[in-house]
Ligand binder design. Structure first.
Ligand code: BGC
Length: 757
């Protein structure tokens, strides 16, 4: 090490007390350190901090001889790189960190990011499933587990949570979201951010979060990934932005912008989003990272002429870090030297990034997260497995349960477990599965085998075939429609067994990035198999595995019991068995509407009334109303729907003014014969406003556990702000007048009353 380097390192290390991140923030210690470091940096080093590379080689081995990797290694060693993604393991991150810290002039540590979307190695249910828990604690626990494992493996930063309000089931990434509703997405955003980040970033068991994709990526036309987004300002402010505001208020360290254009301007080049709304409006102090190569994609969008123009537009608009388009490293220095981009703009971006690195404690010890010992004990620990099982059980949604077919007796004499998905140890791990070990999940079949009595016979038949794969394989699934080779065995088993548990749904790679589908019905011949099984045994329980709402009205209609299990993670089979056999009384609720047909998409409950709302249902014979002539407007299964093994009743609605706001309460009673947990939901309609308001909006919910016969008052207090909406300019506006409220167990709750405010 050269002398100057040693002196500088000693200087940073001695400046690093006290170690508590929050204390340092409050006392202004970190800002002072950032300023001192910035004063030492050359322009090239500053731009280096804005540059993020993909880790294209194993850092525990030699740098490959290809030009690209060699150039990357050289740039890391000379301080021209601020962060990396996809560098893995405690050992790998340590080696990569060494390259930067021990070779570059100032020894500034790298920040390591990774897509820890629903777990690192121990898999949680996919995010849409976690949202189905409607449970802050469960979602928070989930991201705490993910953070513990990732942090122990040298990761400092996750590219999660994805909080794009997603209302189109065709979009493959709906699986990564909290669903269609801005309020529920905001609650989940807070839970996920607080789970990943804990009380302070410097804690060794937490990592920095990244709320993405800013903004409106979930509203792509036609549900086609990366497609154009063209929405009104009212939708932007009222639907898209609230979860991001919630994440920002929860102290999220970073945001990722998005691939899409929003009303003609690619998100990367949007000063409205990144500067006006986020940094100036909400006072966000963290940094914004681009999505993969998306600064460069502004050229393809037809928004920038070339790399130089793209760099200029992105930095001016407030994109702080360039993920892998390698445009900032090429173009920014010249732009500053020619005084086209001001040095102050660069300094602002650099400061934001350095601040997060200080808060993570990386200047105290750049290797502090990369401990192989901790990695061994933390990743995949028993405690983490128990945690993900708990989150998984809370994420399951009982969609239908005729004649109380569920829960099943553990000593039932025979069960036919049918369907390829039932034996899969891989599909429940979901897509975006980080370091999950392939085929490591507890399958549904195993879960059932683990749960039943010694005298129960459990037999399996595959029934249908779904091919799996990482790439475009969906077209192949329909080719399998004609293959009935597995039917005979399945039908025989169904005939001979007391009850049938049939797994239906999607392969996990049917959802996720780049996995949009125009057809959201069941692939292969799954529905046909169900029809055949029902002919020989009426006691069929369908267990759904899927990452999006499916258009399966007939499955819902014809099957007595249907349990939605999404992709439930490492402990999927055990968690599902917990519910099937009544060890856990289901409490999940749908965070998305299930349509009759894909033609209804994007389908969401909080639609507008229109000037011609359909008066008597779709088959009323009336023509000139806002309706389809072949199917209802509504969902088969509405947002917020979810059953329990007990039943709940709502009564005694009370609405009263409270200060500037309103208080709404109702009596909730457990009217069934088991203890259970209900998610009581509050919906509101602002009857007349200068911008028309949705026919219902979720405004609050509470999870309440009640014993048999027990009642409890559920009470919601809404402030003036809660009763307000955003104008087309983004101002929160309260307009007095009539408001209607509903309290109940789903978005079609009927207990209602009005108040004039
Ligand atoms: C995705 C992001 C992800 C990034 C890095 C992109 O393709 O859109 O959500 O974080 O890749 O892997």
């Amino acid at each position: 090490m050269r002398l100057l380097q040693v002196i500088l390192l000693i200087f940073f290390v001695t400046m690093c007390t006290p170690r508590d991140g929050n204390v340092q923030k409050e006392q202004g210690v970190i800002p002072a350190k950032v300023d001192s470091l910035l004063a030492l940096m050359t322009l090239e080093e500053k731009i280096g901090q804005l540059n993020m590379y993909n880790g294209t080689w194993e850092f525990t081995g030699p740098v490959p001889q290809d030009g690209n990797s060699q150039e990357k290694a050289k740039n890391i060693a000379s301080g021209r790189v601020g962060g990396m993604l996809n560098v893995l393991t405690a050992k790998g991150t340590r080696e990569a960190q060494k390259l930067a810290v021990e070779n570059s002039r100032l020894g500034i540590p790298l920040i390591f990011g990774y897509d820890v979307i629903h777990g690192y190695q121990t898999m949680l249910p996919v995010p849409i499933a976690q949202a189905a828990s409607w449970d802050y604690e469960a979602a928070r626990l989930g991201s705490e587990i993910a953070a513990r494992e990732a942090a122990a493996s040298g990761i400092h930063w996750t590219f999660a949570p994805m909080i794009d309000v997603s209302r189109d089931a065709r979009w493959g990434r709906i699986m990564e979201s909290a669903g269609e509703d801005p309020y529920l997405s905001s609650v989940m955003a807070k839970a996920w951010v607080e789970g990943y980040q804990g009380d302070e970033l410097s804690d060794l068991f937490t990592i920095a979060a990244c709320a993405k994709h800013f903004a409106a990526y979930g509203l792509a036309k036609g549900g086609r990934d990366y497609n154009t987004v063209d929405i009104s300002p009212a939708t932007l402010y009222n639907v898209v932005l609230p979860p991001f505001k919630a994440a920002s208020d929860a102290g999220v360290a970073t945001l990722m912008n998005s691939f899409n254009e929003l009303n003609g301007v690619p998100a990367n080049g949007s000063a409205l989003l990144q500067r006006e709304i986020l940094k100036e409006g909400w006072g966000f102090k963290g940094f914004v990272v681009s999505d993969w190569g998306s600064i460069g994609e502004m050229i393809t969008h037809g928004f920038a002429y070339d790399s130089t123009d793209a760099a200029l537009k992105a930095i001016v608009a407030g994109s702080d870090m360039d993920m892998e388009s390698r445009i900032y490293e090429k173009a920014l220095e010249d732009l500053v030297n020619q005084r086209i981009v001001s040095g102050a703009l660069i300094d602002d971006a650099v400061k934001r990034i350095l601040t997060i690195k200080y808060e993570l404690g990386l200047f105290d010890d750049p290797y502090r997260y990369s401990s192989e010992e901790r990695e061994k004990t933390e990743v995949g620990s028993k405690e983490n497995l128990e945690g993900v099982r708990e989150v998984a059980r809370r994420s399951l949604v009982l969609l239908k349960n005729e004649n109380d077919l569920l829960p099943l007796e553990k000593n039932v004499s025979s069960i036919a477990v049918i369907g390829q998905l039932a034996s899969s140890k891989d599909v429940p791990l979901g897509n975006w599965r980080a370091q999950a070990v392939a085929n490591s999940a507890i399958s549904l079949l195993e879960g059932i085998q683990n749960a039943v009595s010694a005298s129960t016979t459990v037999r399996f038949a595959q029934g249908y075939t779904l091919v799996s794969g990482q790439r475009d394989f969906v077209h192949k699934l329909n080719v399998l429609k004609g293959d009935r080779s597995g039917f005979k065995k399945a039908i025989n088993l169904a005939r001979q067994s007391d009850v049938v548990v049939l797994a239906l749904g999607e392969d996990c790679y049917q959802t996720g990035e780049g996995r949009s589908q125009a057809d959201i019905s069941l692939k292969s011949n799954q529905e046909e198999l169900l029809t055949e099984l029902l002919k020989v045994n009426k006691k069929v329980v369908v267990v759904l595995m899927n990452g999006r709402p499916l258009a399966i009205p007939e499955v819902i209609q014809n099957t007595p019991s249907v349990l939605e299990t999404w992709f439930a993670g490492s402990e999927a089979g055990n968690a599902i068995a917990d519910v099937l056999f009544g060890d856990y009384n289901p409490s999940g609720k749908l965070p998305v509407s299930f349509p009759y047909h894909v033609g209804q998409e994007p389908l969401h409950y909080d639609r507008k009334n229109t000037g011609r709302p359909v008066p008597n249902g779709f088959d009323s014979g009336l023509v000139f109303w806002s309706h389809y002539t072949d199917i209802p407007n509504e969902a088969v299964l509405p947002f917020g729907h979810g059953l329990s093994y007990t039943s709940f009743e709502y009564s005694d609605l009370k609405i009263s003014k409270k200060g500037d706001g309103v208080e709404v309460s109702a009596l909730l009673t457990n009217t069934g014969n088991r203890k259970g947990t209900e998610v009581a939901q509050l919906y509101m309609r602002d009857m007349v406003a200068s911008l028309t308001r949705p026919i219902r909006q979720l405004k609050g919910f509470q999870k309440v556990s009640l014993d048999v016969g027990q009642s409890e008052n559920v009470n919601f207090v809404l402030t003036k702000e809660d009763l307000s909406f955003y104008s087309t300019k983004g101002d929160l506006t309260f307009e007095p007048g009539a408001f209607q409220f509903w309290v109940g167990g789903s978005s079609v709750a009927s207990l209602t009353g009005k108040v004039d405010l």
